[in-house]
Ligand binder design. Structure first.
Ligand SMILES: CC(C)=CCC[C@@H](C)[C@H]1CC[C@H]2C3=C(CC[C@]12C)[C@@]1(C)CC[C@H](O)C[C@@H]1CC3
Length: 381
């Protein structure tokens, strides 16, 4: 794969855009209520145009190396605008932890999400005397949970101002502001000095990087010698065949609907972590465990598999019918001008993502939970 030029960071520009697009909505209600409180149609349109220019009229069958390179070249802008558009929908439909998880028999949705976070902390051996970095922290659900579980102090790194504002608000609300802080930045060019953290984790976030070796190398640099890195990576499996048109549609649908410039296969991630200098201590595709319910069951519309009445309401939003109702309601909202133009297009794109994620999961072409635990050698600089 061609080496990638990093995008120029401009935090002042991003802050101004954030304030135009989101106003003060980060400090108010979340989800659909937050969407309705946004009024700057021009900023919303700019985000929609910037994001969808990479995907509109670019079918999987016509994909070329150049279209993928164009997305990689603008990885930071693409990801930032994806989350400018999708964060409210995520919070409405999924909650505050933007990742998948395994589901044990009878386990509630929220409990399963938290267990997935605890499992990573456990596999990494996180403790309360550790300084930890969360790469691509979203609105901070995992950082809050891992902080409560392990006692560690956590810094969340994120290139989206809106998510940072929300994460900061939630940390304060839960009395965790002294343990959690959030820093704006591109994970391909981190501003932290070398050897800063005892541990680094990334939960379904580094897939947004244009190069896994690039982001893993940054993580290696900011880890102290002997420090541990744990990651749940989104990857295509070895069963994925790029020459198979259906496989390609599934991969492209996941990339488009999830803000990903270039998703790679498992062997590439393993090679990247080693090339970055890490000693790989553990690797497992957790999607291959024999679970009572698969990781994609909420998106597959399997309401018969929910474990409580409460989860019935939670999971109903994620099903095909629930998703379509929301997209249609947003279309009406746009027509009567209570919601900024382009919101429904984002929701439809998320519907595509959901369908492709389920198909990728069923065919075992894709995993959102390839676990790697790796260490920076003691003698590394
Ligand atoms: C993008 C990455 C790397 C991780 C995010 C994983 C998941 C949290 C999201 C992937 C697809 C998303 C969808 C929704 C919520 C968040 C995801 C599951 C919705 C259920 C949100 C509400 C919409 O109406 C439908 C969405 C479908 C996809």
């Amino acid at each position: 794969m061609a080496p990638i030029a990093l995008e120029n960071e401009d935090h002042a520009r991003d802050a101004a855009f954030n304030s135009a697009m989101h106003g003060k909505s980060a400090h108010g209600r979340q989800g659909l209520m937050a969407m309705m409180s946004k009024r700057d149609g021009a900023a919303q349109k700019a985000a929609v145009d910037e994001y969808f220019k990479h995907w509109d009229n670019k079918a999987a069958k016509d994909e070329t190396a150049d279209t993928r390179e164009a997305r990689r070249a603008e990885y930071a802008t693409l990801t930032r605008h994806y989350y400018n558009l999708a964060t409210d929908l995520y919070e409405y439909g999924w909650g505050g932890s933007f990742h998948f998880c395994r589901f044990a028999y009878g386990e509630a949705f929220g409990q399963a999400i938290a267990r997935h976070e605890h499992f990573l902390a456990h596999m990494m051996g996180l403790r309360d005397d550790m300084e930890v970095l969360d790469v691509g922290c979203g609105v901070g659900g995992p950082a809050r949970e891992i902080c409560k579980f392990s006692g560690a102090r956590i810094t969340g790194l994120n290139n989206n101002d809106y998510q940072i504002e929300r994460a900061t608000k939630y940390a304060a609300r839960e009395g965790l502001a002294h343990k959690l802080k959030y820093v704006k930045g591109d994970f391909m060019q981190m501003s932290f000095p070398p050897n800063t953290f005892d541990a680094v984790y990334a939960i379904e976030a580094t897939v947004h990087a244009p190069s896994l070796e690039g982001v893993y190398s940054q993580i290696f640099r900011v880890l102290k010698p002997g420090g541990v890195f744990g990651v749940y990576e989104w990857l295509m499996t070895e069963a994925y065949d790029n020459e198979n048109p259906h496989h390609r549609e599934v991969r492209l649908g996941i990339e488009q609907g999830d803000g990903i410039s270039n998703m790679v296969k498992i062997p590439e991630a393993l090679a990247a972590i080693k090339a970055a200098g890490f000693e790989l201590e553990y690797q497992e595709d957790l999607a291959n465990r024999a679970d009572a319910r698969p990781w994609y069951y909420p998106l597959a519309g399997s309401l018969g598999q929910v474990s409580s009445l409460w989860d019935l309401f939670t999971v109903a939003r994620m099903t095909k019918v629930g998703r379509s109702i929301v997209s249609s309601a947003l279309e009406v909202g746009e027509m009567v001008r209570v919601i900024p133009h382009g919101t429904a297009k984002t929701a439809r794109s998320l519907e595509l993502a959901a369908d492709c994620l389920v198909e990728g999961g069923k065919l075992k072409l894709f995993t959102p939970m390839f676990l790697m635990v790796a260490r920076k050698p003691m003698d590394a600089k």
